[in-house]
Design a binder for this molecule. Structure first.
Ligand code: C2E
Ligand code: MG
Ligand code: MG
Ligand code: MG
Length: 281
């Protein structure tokens, strides 16, 4: 209790609180300008088939490069979610992601789908589906090439609304995955009623998997759950050959992680596609 422990303790907490809110306000103000001045961009991290190691898709990840350096999405995305700026950022990410997908597809370069992160607030916004529809037609992007990554918390917000929305998205042809699976509070009954195509096992369960029996059990169980429900399953954050070996033995479908590829800019993606492209005579 701050009051009981005296003046100094109280002001310590107060000043910490103030410092944090100033930081947040600064980031929020700068982020508003960053969206307008084009400081945001997308990087892409390839995902591979565990067996063939071929690229089966890419995840689009938002990047913010300021003249003073890069700001991590781990920092600015939560602030954007709180302030509502995530709606503008989310629209930028969708438009840019669909534009690149359409361009790569038309050039015959694209292997698989492009996954785009959708925040809870964005998904449950009344305009989401209209915005998505107009971006898809404007960029001439085939929804079958787009994977929408949602989180467990998106479903919890308003289950009835989200279930109906996901069915609509599925009818449009979008692929739907659950991101950071296992870290949120989702009810398993949703997996039965939702049109989910893929579970992405959170990287916290993959880390040190070779010497953490609890993580091994959790990962094996998620894989079995996905297989039983006919849902694809991917492991996030795979960094070592030991982690990969464990996942392969336990029949994971696909892998995303530094072991194979780090996120890269769109030009690097294009070079990579050109390298891997089969030569047809
Ligand atoms: P996420 O969607 O779970 O994305 C995966 C994160 O794990 C990315 O971090 C990626 O760079 C990182 N990662 C991939 N492989 C490895 C690995 O082997 N080791 C380690 N240590 N990390 C790995 P990033 O790009 O910093 O993004 C962090 C989070 O920020 C994302 O987690 C996502 O929740 C959010 N985010 C990023 N871009 C967007 C966006 O455009 N929209 C929304 N709503 N959220 C985004
Ligand atoms: Mg993601
Ligand atoms: Mg994730
Ligand atoms: Mg994550």
């Amino acid at each position: 209790n701050a009051k009981k422990s005296g003046r100094n303790t109280y002001s310590f907490y107060e000043s910490k609180f103030t410092e944090t809110s100033i930081q947040r306000t600064t980031i929020s103000t700068n982020l508003k300008k960053a969206i307008q001045s084009g400081e945001l961009s997308l990087h892409y991290q390839p995902q591979v088939d565990q067996f063939t190691e071929e690229i089966i898709g890419l995840e689009a990840l938002c990047r913010w490069f300021t003249p003073e350096g890069a700001v991590s999405p781990g920092v600015f995305i939560p602030i954007a979610e709180e302030s509502g700026l995530i709606l503008e950022i989310g629209e930028f990410v969708l438009r840019e992601g669909c534009l690149k997908t359409s361009k790569w597809d038309k050039a015959g370069l694209l292997n698989g789908r492009v996954a785009i992160n959708i925040s809870a607030r964005q998904l449950s916004h009344v305009d989401f589906i209209d915005t998505l529809d107009s971006i898809v037609s404007e960029t001439q992007c085939d929804p079958k090439l787009i994977e929408l990554e949602i989180t467990e918390s998106s479903i919890l917000n308003d289950p009835e609304y989200v279930i109906a929305l996901l069915h609509t998205l599925k009818k449009r042809g979008f692929f739907i995955s659950i991101d950071d699976f296992g870290t949120g509070y989702s009810s398993l009954s949703y997996l039965k009623n939702l049109p989910i195509d893929k579970l992405k096992i959170d990287q916290s369960f993959i880390r040190n998997i070779t010497d953490n029996r609890k993580n091994q059990t959790i990962v094996k169980t998620i894989i079995a759950l996905a297989k039983g429900l006919d849902i694809k399953v991917l492991a996030e954050g795979v960094e070592t050959s030991e982690e990969l070996e464990f996942l392969r033995l336990n029949q994971i479908d696909s892998i995303q992680g530094y072991y194979f590829y780090k996120p890269m800019d769109s030009q690097s993606v294009e070079s990579l596609f050109k390298e891997n492209r089969p030569i047809v005579n």
